[in-house]
Design a protein around this ligand. Structure first.
Ligand code: ADP
Ligand code: MG
Length: 719
């Protein structure tokens, strides 16, 4: 089959798709019954563990005390029985390597016993596993011959059952560390950063009110997941989307998102069926999926869960992405988590809603009705404002990736400048704090709609701001700059650690005898520069931000060095989140990931042009030559579709592609991977754009029945 015939077949298959999936029935299987049925949850543990063991596990989870190994044997045995009742044959230590992916190694419960076999799962297997770590990036934490990597049970994140039509597996969330105990993963630092923010927050709470003993302060996260769905038949004809999740070529279609008719529109039937099945699978895993809707771009959608403690939210977010991908296949679609799969329409983010709080003091980010009198809130709010002002560069680095660079600052996503949006009410309180205590809080009031039948509305005291990278949302901050394909672990580690750092400073001040009011005034005066309530997309802000001394780190190679500034290294070490070697290893790995990503894209685009686009254009040239007389008679001589123009454009494309392969062949090598990254950014990426420009110009003129790649229109509008 020719490539053009393959494209036509793919379009036909996509347009006539009928789901073979068996319909679900939430009436016979209500969500409330499904929820958590595959989780070794607190309720399961209470029912199946001896009381003393259960209490010990609760203590480990709630108070962070050390686990007694004898306890693990009892838990392991109960877990195994539970899993086998659910049809499990294997168990798996699930871990989160620094690539941002989810990794799993499966082992069977079976041990031979004479001519038959038994099942076995001791505390030792539960607590510790040893996958060969050498194939995961370590960024210099290990040399190749030091292959050992251990997975260690994370007691705070519940085990669960992974279902497959042919059997089930017991999954145990784990930390992944090297033989020397250094974190090779994304989870370990999340746990350490949660401990850091807990310790410093409690220190401050005790200083604010010595009469009230604070319980453990937990960091919470609610990640909103934006994504695209594209029919898999079409993806199969697009190597760029298959390998890179991004259209590296492709002329923009006449219709895009200009009518704003997709956002919150009626969810297409196939997509809604998909969403219902995703939700069903997630409910079984105890993941509280709450919201679903169409997003701004055609073929773009969003899911959002209810927030949970940071560690569990992170694990659940990883599971959500895995389930979303898997279920999409079942519905003949591919879920794209790339931050900018289609240039020209909106990209995808993963807004991370973040707060800290505990059972004794409540949500520490809740301003209440009159924030100016809420000392506790003001202290915690001031601490985060200070943290963002000092460590904005690090926050930018935490969301840096080759893919997210295409989205940030594209007038649909926050700019690459980290600022804080506080809303009118808090902004006003902060301004008052500059000259002493705040005296008043603006109130929201009520709002009449002008239709007497419609009740008056209680207005929020602050509006929302969708152009800010870090926005206050009434009782939490929303880190809007996080990319859709990223794990939320990195951003959470940074938020928790910079918050711990600021709270520790506050505690130091108070311990030295400084008054709370003076600490607040100092923060308001020194750090208000980071507060910005206006339009983050505007050019004026970008200039103003630089004047205010905020960092404008447009690309990943600009941002990543922020990870290894002496201040960042010292802070991560001080709060026991990452030692210097661990921090440096992350810098190396993220640079490396950037380089690998751009290199892959450049290779894929080169191949697509050589093997698909150029042959199609040559065929079209032949047709034009054969029909020269007719074209002349039609008077199109000299227009873009005449042979001469097409030939010129083909030359431009050929030259651009040749230049790309030459540039790719002369990548500089240096011990510091940032050198390579800068080359990819400054030399390779712009050349890829040149290739794209030439190819897209040809797509506009070559006969559609010869064009070998599914078009934007086909990918974005067939569902
Ligand atoms: P929007 O799109 O308006 O920002 P969504 O409803 O899509 O809002 O998502 C809001 C997210 O914020 C949800 O995951 C929600 O559970 C979470 N959230 C709400 N309150 C808090 C809080 N105190 N801490 C952390 N996350 C929160
Ligand atoms: Mg949001």
């Amino acid at each position: 089959m020719s490539r053009t015939a393959a494209r036509q077949a793919a379009v036909k298959a996509a347009a006539t798709y009928r789901s073979p999936a068996k319909p679900l029935n939430f009436k016979s299987e209500p969500a409330t019954e499904l929820f958590g049925c595959n989780v070794f949850s607190d309720a399961v543990m209470r029912a199946r563990l001896p009381k003393t063991v259960y209490r010990q596990i609760r203590k480990v989870i709630e108070e962070g005390v050390k686990l007694d190994p004898a306890c693990a044997d009892v838990v392991a045995s109960a877990m195994k029985d539970w899993a086998i009742e659910k049809g499990a044959t294997h168990y798996s230590h699930v871990f989160y390597p620094l690539t941002g992916a989810t990794a799993e190694k499966h082992d069977s419960f079976i041990v031979p016993e004479g001519s038959s076999c038994l099942t076995e799962f001791s505390g030792k297997f539960l607590i510790q596993g040893e996958p060969d770590g050498s194939s995961f990036p370590s960024g210099g934490l290990r040399v190749t011959f030091e292959a050992r990597g251990y997975t260690i049970w994370d007691v705070t994140s519940p085990a669960y059952i992974l279902e497959n039509p042919n059997g089930t597996t017991l999954c145990i969330p784990t930390c992944f560390v090297s033989w020397k105990g250094e974190a090779l993963d994304k989870k370990t630092p999340v746990l350490r950063s949660m401990n850091a923010v807990d310790a410093q927050a409690r220190r401050v709470l005790k200083l604010l009110d010595p009469s009230k003993i604070p319980s453990r302060v937990s960091a919470n996260a609610g990640p909103e997941q934006e994504f695209f769905l594209v029919d898999s038949n079409l993806i199969a004809e697009r190597p760029d989307l298959m390998f890179c999740e991004r259209a590296l070529l492709g002329k923009f279609s006449a219709k895009g998102q200009q009518f704003e008719d997709h956002y919150f529109g009626a969810i297409p039937e196939r997509v809604l069926a998909y969403m219902l099945e995703v939700e069903r699978e997630l409910y079984k895993l105890g993941i509280p999926m709450k919201t679903r809707h169409n997003e701004v771009a055609p073929a773009q959608f969003e899911f959002a869960p209810i927030f949970e403690t940071a560690n569990i939210a992170t694990d659940h977010q990883q599971m959500t992405m895995v389930v979303m991908k898997r279920v999409a296949n079942k519905y003949g679609m591919t879920a794209l988590f790339h931050e900018k799969p289609f240039a020209g329409v909106n990209g995808s983010g993963k807004h991370v809603n973040w707060s800290i709080g505990n059972s004794t003091h409540g949500n520490l980010m809740d301003p209440g009705d009159s924030p100016h009198t809420n000392e506790q809130f003001l202290v915690f709010c001031a601490a985060i404002v200070r943290a963002v002002h000092i460590h904005g560069g690090l926050m930018r680095a935490a969301i840096a990736s080759a893919a997210n660079d295409h989205r940030l600052g594209a007038n649909e996503a926050p700019p690459a400048i980290i600022s804080v949006y506080l809303g009118d009410q808090l902004f006003d309180v902060f301004n008052q704090l500059k000259s002493g205590a705040a005296k008043s809080s603006k109130v929201g009031g009520t709002m009449e709609v002008g239709v007497p039948q419609i009740p008056a509305l209680q207005k929020d005291p602050g509006d929302r701001n969708r152009t800010s990278p870090f926005a206050f949302c009434g009782n939490r901050f929303e880190f809007r700059a996080v990319g859709s394909g990223q794990t939320i672990a990195g951003p959470l580690v940074v938020l928790n650690t910079i918050m711990a750092d600021s709270l520790s400073w506050v505690a130091d001040q108070l311990e030295a005898g400084k008054k709370v009011a003076d600490v607040l005034t100092e923060v308001a005066n020194k750090h208000s520069a980071v507060i910005f309530n206006g339009n983050g997309y505007s050019k004026e802000w970008h200039e103003e931000a630089v004047r205010r001394g905020l960092k404008k780190l447009d690309t990943t190679p600009d941002a990543l060095p922020e990870i290894i500034t002496p201040a960042a290294i010292a802070m991560f070490a001080k709060f026991g989140v990452l030692n210097e070697t661990e921090t440096r290893s992350r810098y190396n790995i993220y640079c490396e990931q950037y380089n690998l990503r751009v290199k892959l894209e450049a290779k894929v685009v080169g191949e697509m042009v050589s093997t698909r686009v150029i042959p199609a254009v040559i065929r079209y040239q032949t047709e034009l030559a054969q029909n020269a007389a007719a074209l002349k008679a039609a008077g199109v001589e000299g227009s873009t579709c005449c042979l001469k123009k097409v030939s010129e454009q083909l030359t431009t494309l050929g030259m651009a592609n040749k230049a790309l392969s030459e540039k790719l062949a002369s990548v500089p090598h240096d011990d510091d991977p940032i050198v390579e990254a800068r080359y990819f950014k400054d030399v390779v990426l712009p050349q890829m754009l040149e290739v794209r420009k030439a190819s897209d110009a040809l797509e506009a003129v070559v006969a559609d029945d010869l064009w070998p790649l599914p078009t934007y229109a086909e990918m974005l509008f067939i569902r």
